[in-house]
Ligand binder design. Structure first.
Ligand code: PRP
Ligand code: MN
Ligand code: MG
Length: 180
C-alpha cells in the first residue's frame, strides 16, 4: 500500500502538531461550553478521534455519514445522507469535523441541515482545506493545512475506498488512477 504513494504531504508528526494547535484553540474558544462534535464519516474518523483528545473541555460526540464521491476522485455534485446523527441539536453548539473541504458541497449541505434544526452555532474544523476546489461558497473556522489542488489519500481519505488507514497524508502515483 505504501508503495502506491508518490510523496508524503503531511507526516504523522505534522498531523499531530496540527491537532494539538487546533485542539488548544477550540478549548479556549469553547471554554465553559459543551459543544457537540460531529464527525463526518467516513473520512473524518481519525482526525476526529485525535482532535477530541486534544480538547480540554466537555464535549458530546456524534456521527453523520454523507457521501458524494462514491470512492472516486471527482465529486458527483450531489450529497447523499447515509446515516443521520442521534442527538437533538436544537439550541446546541456544533463543531463539524472534516478531513477535507474541496468543492464545499458536503459542508454546505451539512450546515444547512443543522441550521434548519435550530442549532445555536455551527462551526467547522477541517484537517485540510483546498480553496482552489471550491464550487459553492463555504468557509472552515479551524483549518490544519491549506492543500494544493492534488488528490490526496491517507489518514481517513480514500481512493476507491482504500488507503484510509495510511497514518499520513500522501499523493497517489498517477498509474493508480490510469490502471482503473
Ligand atoms: C469527502 C471528504 C469530505 C468531502 C469533501 O468525502 O471526506 O467529506 O468529500 O468534498 P467536497 O467539499 O467536494 O464536498 P466523501 O464524499 O468521499 O465520503 P467519505 O468521507 O466516506 O470518503
Ligand atoms: Mn467525507
Ligand atoms: Mg471519499
Amino acid at each position: 500500500m505504501n508503495n502506491d504513494i508518490l510523496k508524503t504531504l503531511y507526516s504523522e508528526e505534522d498531523i499531530k502538531q496540527a491537532c494539538k494547535k487546533l485542539g488548544k484553540q477550540i478549548s479556549e474558544d469553547y471554554k465553559g461550553k459543551t459543544p457537540i462534535i460531529i464527525g463526518v464519516l467516513k473520512g473524518a474518523i481519525f482526525f476526529m478521534t485525535d482532535m477530541v483528545r486534544e480538547m480540554d473541555i466537555y464535549t458530546k460526540l456524534d456521527f453523520i455519514d454523507v457521501s458524494s464521491y462514491n470512492g472516486g476522485t471527482k465529486s458527483s455534485g450531489s450529497v447523499k445522507l447515509i446515516k443521520d446523527i442521534d442527538i437533538d441539536v436544537n439550541g446546541q453548539d456544533i463543531i463539524f469535523m472534516e478531513d477535507i473541504i474541496d468543492t464545499g458541497r458536503t459542508l454546505k449541505y451539512l450546515k444547512e441541515l443543522l441550521a434548519d434544526r435550530g442549532a445555536n452555532s455551527i462551526k467547522v474544523c477541517t484537517l485540510m482545506d483546498k480553496p482552489e476546489g471550491r464550487v459553492v461558497e463555504v468557509k472552515a473556522d479551524y483549518v490544519g493545512f491549506e492543500v494544493p489542488n492534488e488528490f490526496v489519500v491517507g489518514y481517513g481519505l480514500d481512493y476507491d475506498g482504500k488507503y484510509r488507514n495510511l497514518p499520513y497524508v500522501g499523493v497517489l502515483k498517477p498509474k493508480i488512477y490510469s490502471d482503473q
